[in-house]
Write a protein that binds this ligand. Structure first.
Ligand SMILES: [Zn+2]
Length: 131
């Protein structure tokens, strides 16, 4: 029973490792879950507006103008890159940039990739399957 389970797990990990490497070869960097979350956040970020930006503290005030998918009211959110603190708390929960962070990055011409946890990269996923 234990040997059968080991063999099945080993087969699964080898198969997943090959699949992840194939996805990396065609140029993908992030896992499917992360890529989908970033795509959704990018779509929402296009409806946000940066009201203020303090270049010294890299503090942004981002206002939502439209949010059709969530039930909470529209709001204003603070993004602080210097402390990696964002008051909508999505980043702190998921370690992925939310729409507010993406709007702030777009405004200041920052590369948002710096705020994506390495656990979402296919390279890290590949390491997990290789053991
Ligand atoms: Zn946010």
């Amino acid at each position: 029973m234990v040997m059968t389970t080991y063999i099945h797990c080993n087969k699964f990990f080898k198969k997943r490792s090959r699949q992840v490497e194939a996805i990396m070869i065609i140029g993908h960097v992030y896992s499917k879950v992360a890529a989908k979350a970033l795509e959704g956040a990018q779509s929402k970020a296009n409806t946000h507006m940066v009201l203020s930006f303090d270049r010294r503290s890299t503090r942004f005030l981002v206002e939502e103008r439209q949010n059709l998918r969530e039930v909470r009211p529209l709001g204003r959110f603070t993004v602080r890159f210097d402390k990696f603190w964002f008051d909508c708390w999505k980043f702190q929960k998921l370690h992925l940039p939310c729409s507010h962070v993406l709007a702030a990055c777009k405004h200041a011409h920052h590369d948002f990739a710096m705020s994506i946890s390495l656990v979402y990269t296919l390279e890290q996923v590949s390491h997990v399957y290789k053991g």
